[in-house]
Design a protein around this ligand. Structure first.
Ligand SMILES: NC(=O)c1ccc[n+]([C@@H]2O[C@H](COP(=O)([O-])OP(=O)(O)OC[C@H]3O[C@@H](n4cnc5c(N)ncnc54)[C@H](OP(=O)(O)O)[C@@H]3O)[C@@H](O)[C@H]2O)c1
Length: 287
């Protein structure tokens, strides 16, 4: 990777611009093969979550594979997330469970996965109290060094504003769906103003956006693949990405982003595709 391929969080810690997404990777063998290919391709950041049910397999694979690639725990950056069922009173125990599932002494970045609580109606004001309670637990574990940085995911501008007004430790990062069809202009502005790192998930539109005719045309024009165009569009704007693949060839392809660039007109052309389309879930109704 090039020297420009990381971002500095408000904790002062560097995080790679390209991380490896692990949603839907399941079973120890699939995780092991993908992690081996990812380390070989140069990925040094891995994104998991309690709800992905692969923390233990990821931790085992890394413990086994890091020495093979001449790496140690300190060379990699692990993100995990608090499941929506554990919002509120159970947050501290759940975060510590993630640390133990990964088999590590600490997690580099731990996020509240979703602004709501599982089993609570989306419009119920309890959601706000629960996520405030979760945040206090995360702040405590951050102070203890178990969670090196803390942040949130799937928060709307309104959720962000409430958190930023009430927190003692500001969030280091917001992880949300982001690609040319969903440019998240307001959320990016909030993050920029408040020094919160804005990170993309589902940059490939869950694999659907690589088939978009404009993306395919741009890819042909610059002799790159549609996936590389989508990922380059984000990292060129300084937005970290988390492409997921279980295919070693694609894992390598998704990391080859730093030896080409898109011209300003092409970036604009892709950005003009924004029709606020979500391939994933919509958190806007969560109170
Ligand atoms: N915080 C959240 O709520 C949240 C939500 C969604 C995702 N995420 C994180 O972000 C990561 C990425 O998002 P995502 O998994 O939803 O989707 P994504 O990265 O946009 O797309 C993944 C899909 O694209 C395919 N793909 C990968 N590379 C490709 C390539 N070069 N060419 C063509 N197709 C390709 C993959 O298939 P193969 O595996 O067969 O290659 C898979 O089906 C997740 O794994 C997770 O870590 C977080």
């Amino acid at each position: 990777m090039s020297s420009t391929s990381s971002v500095v969080l408000n904790t002062g810690v560097s995080m790679p611009l390209v991380g490896f997404g692990t949603y839907k990777l399941c079973g120890s063998e699939e995780v092991y093969i993908a992690v081996d290919a990812a380390l070989q391709a140069g990925y040094r950041a891995f994104d998991t979550a309690a709800v992905y049910r692969n923390e233990a397999d990821l931790g085992r694979a890394l413990r086994d594979l890091l020495p093979k690639h001449g790496l140690t725990r300190e060379d990699i950056f692990i993100t995990s997330k608090l499941g929506p069922k554990d919002q509120g009173e159970r947050a501290m125990e759940a975060a510590l469970y993630s640390v133990s599932e990964l088999g590590m002494d600490y997690i580099d970045l731990y996020l509240i996965h979703w602004p709501g609580t599982q089993g609570v109606a989306v419009g119920d004001p309890c959601n706000q109290g629960n996520r405030a309670g979760s945040w206090v637990a995360l702040e405590e574990l951050h102070a203890q060094g178990k969670l090196r940085a803390i942040g949130v995911s799937n928060y709307t501008p309104a959720h962000m504003k409430t958190l930023l007004q009430s927190c003692r430790t500001p969030p280091a990062l917001l992880q949300v769906e982001f690609h040319p069809r969903l440019c998240q202009t307001e959320l990016r502005r909030v993050c920029e103003e408040q020094g919160v790192c804005f990170q993309a998930y589902s940059s490939l539109g869950k694999g659907e956006l690589v088939k978009h005719p404009v993306v395919m045309e741009v890819a042909k024009g610059c002799e790159r693949t549609p996936a590389q165009v989508l990922l380059r569009w984000a990292v060129q704007q300084g937005v970290p990405v988390l492409p997921k693949s279980s295919n070693p060839t694609r894992i390598q392809e998704n990391m080859e982003l730093f030896d080409f660039s898109l011209d300003a007109g092409t970036v604009e052309r892709l950005t003009a595709l924004d029709d606020k389309h979500k391939y994933c879930w919509d958190p806007s109704e969560v109170a």
